[in-house]
Design a protein around this ligand. Sequence first.
Ligand code: GLC
Length: 436
Amino acid sequence: MKEQIINKAIQVLDNNFQKGGFTIPSKGLYPFQWKWDSGFIALGFAHYDIDKAKQEVETILDAQWENGFIPHIVFHNDSDTYFPGPEFHQSHLHPLASKKYRSTGMTQPPVFGFILERLYEIADDKQDMLDFINKQIDKVYDNHVYFYKNRDLNQDGLVYIYHNWESGTDNSPLWDDIWTTMNPPEYTFERRDTSHVDASQRPSKREYDHYLHIIDIAKEHNYDDAKIAELSPFLVLDPLFNAILIRSNEALINLYQQIGGHQDKIDFLKQQQLKSISGLNSKLFNEELGAYVHYDLRNDRQIPYLCSSSFAPLYSGAPDADKAKRLAETMLKRFGDEGRYLCASFDPTHDRFNPKKYWRGPVWINMNWMLYHGLRRHGINDLADRIKADSLELIEKNGFFEYFDSRKSNPDSETNGYGGNNFSWSAALLIDFLKE
Ligand code: GLC
């Protein structure tokens, strides 16, 4: 059984692997290389084809800009199955953008610190992997420096995102309150996503108008960070994004210590790390809700809703034992009734919850993977094991989907699997779960 499903996962990954040495998340729906996807994908490869794991990391880091920025999509190839493509994003507007690759001008969560660390754990030939890490690690470090230099507006160790696509949780109900502060033009464009996936599982047209409008504002200023910070209607501190940065800082420190030397970089990371942890705990923890929340910098207020990102700091080491316990209680109480798989992407007790619509409710495997490791880190093993078992069951019963209905008995549909099928990170992280 275990071997069989691992073999299926390997097939999914190998079919999505492209000649250029990178892997698409899902055929048709996502035909390019995505930043945080490629990190999770590399972990799957590492268990059976270490060369592909290295190539995956190499190709995404090769698209880094001269200022350390790493874009959220790298357009290695042409494809007419996705909108908005390279012609819309026009990354070349930024003077320091990659001259080699077209990309977007926004980023995604900085996973590569902990990805490199996990690759080292998985690799049989440790010396060979450490040599590889030694060649790549400064790029990841430069990416962290980019964030602290350009996106830590208040110098409190918390870095902002300027677009909902930067969060990775694209159409979360969190953003609804921000959309009411904006009034973008009605764009005319041809959606591609809804020709691959039923519209009931995707964002609305009006949401896309908001997404495109924020990019247009950034483009008007050639993706200049200072201008974006001044003018973007979307400017948010995301507990998921910052937790991942903190976890990756920690991994980079460990890896640099393993490599030897680099004291200046270790010092810088340690100093930022303290600030980031204290910023996360003081600005983003919501006592009433018992979990971390997002903060809208533009309108200077917390966004007081629970979602799977609210628990991501467990993975970063930022919460102390009391906070970690509190997070686990909140998760169980609001997301964890017996009739549900963990962990819904948005609060199932809230009226904005939608069990089928992308980040407005469904379970995502990459979030579960981080929550599993986060809970384990704090010794909250029962809940961790439940998350892992739920993830495996969802995939075994439904296939390697992009996201899943959290309701165990689902009155609306025969399957709990939604969005793109043969989805790469669902396959990659299943392998990592099973080979752990
Ligand atoms: C969707 C997800 C995002 C992911 C991308 C590619 O846009 O919201 O997190 O990176 O698909 O899989």
